[in-house]
Design a binder for this molecule. Structure first.
Ligand code: ZN
Length: 356
């Protein structure tokens, strides 16, 4: 969930939630199911108190309602149903404290506050793996941010950015960022020239004009390939739940990937889905090294997400794409795989940092 600054200003004060809250809560529900009866379950509960893991999984997105330009006030009250349980004075103060600490300590790149940049990376699809230093990576991108959270949960020093002040805050962030890392368009990015042709920022040099902002600058048109996209003056008010909301123009490709179909919503996590997650092969070694590997797999998934897509020439600040007829089915299969992996991996990290 991210957008260029210009779009953010046009659309103030609305914002969208990555994976949509449902995807994040599905990931956390899978993890919670896998952790039942383990020592980690009790440790998580001790840290989070009456915040269940699926609510923790949306905390970092709800914190985007804290406005640095309005003295860190919470400006989204009542707007996002999933955030409602976090809208108490104490919980708003906790979010504001995190945002204040992580507002200006980074190189701002298209976002108005640093903490919003911790939710993604933009590795070019031409790369075969995630490696810090590639175009679109930062020490505080979603991979580096997860590393920070895991270090804090391990009780080790975490001197970099973002600043994570406590195991509780680390857990709130981890539960969200693991989900973001598995949304393919939060890791892999296509870079396009003015003609809509793919370019390689690591080989040709990074030209900001070629950035597609995780697919937020790519609008999905209906079957009429040549139909010009309407100028964007507003975001769909319901965010990722209905990215194609009537009257708000074509959805962004990013939103297509944030949305999950009804059958992947958190209340659909059942024994069969948990069994599927249990079959995945756990990571080995130090958990701080796991997010890099997960990112490489998300990059593979992003390559599939963009496979065969043809883009229009740039029109103003965006390109357009017409999706093939079978695209949704392909996307849903990838989403299911990524949600399952994310749930399993969130559980593995928590088991590793809370062994007893
Ligand atoms: Zn996010």
């Amino acid at each position: 969930m991210r957008r260029p600054l210009t779009a953010a200003l046009l659309a103030l004060p609305l914002f969208a939630h990555a994976w949509g809250p449902d995807g994040h809560q599905t990931v956390a529900t899978i993890a919670a199911g896998l952790l039942q009866g383990t020592p980690a379950e009790a440790r998580i509960q001790a840290l989070l108190g009456d915040i269940p893991l699926p609510l923790a999984a949306v905390w970092a997105d709800c914190a985007k309602g804290i406005s640095p330009s309005q003295n860190y006030a919470y400006t989204s009250a009542g707007r996002y149903p999933e955030c409602a349980p976090l809208e108490t004075p104490a919980r708003i103060a906790e979010m504001a404290d995190y945002v204040r600490r992580n507002d200006r300590q980074c190189t701002l790149d298209g976002e108005e506050t640093c903490h919003k940049q911790t939710h993604y990376a933009d590795v070019a699809l031409q790369r075969s793996r995630y490696l810090l230093g590639f175009a679109g990576t930062r020490p505080d991108d979603v991979v580096g941010s997860l590393r920070q959270a895991i270090l804090v949960l391990q009780g080790k020093p975490a001197p970099g950015q973002p600043q994570v002040k406590s195991p509780r805050e680390a857990l709130l962030l981890l539960a969200h960022w693991v989900g973001d890392l598995h949304q393919p368009l939060h890791v892999g990015a296509v870079y396009l020239d003015a003609q809509g042709q793919r370019v390689d920022p690591d080989k040709q040099g990074l030209d900001p004009a070629t950035q597609t902002v995780g697919g937020n600058s790519i609008l999905v048109t209906s079957g009429r390939a040549s139909a010009p996209a309407a100028p964007r003056v507003a975001e769909p008010p319901s965010g990722p739940q209905s990215p194609a909301a009537a009257g708000f123009g074509p959805p962004k490709l990013h939103s297509v990937w944030d949305a999950v179909p009804d059958r992947f919503k958190p209340d659909r996590v059942n024994a069969a889905w948990l069994a599927e997650a249990r079959k995945l092969r756990p990571n080995t070694g130090d958990p701080v090294d796991w997010p890099v590997r997960w990112a490489t797999q998300s990059l593979d998934a992003a390559r599939l997400a963009y496979d065969g897509l043809v883009f229009s020439p740039k029109q103003g600040s965006h390109w357009t794409v017409t999706l093939p007829a079978d695209y949704n089915a392909k996307a849903d299969a990838i989403k299911r795989q990524q949600l399952t992996a994310a749930g399993a991996r969130l559980a593995w990290v928590l088991k590793a940092v809370f062994p007893n």
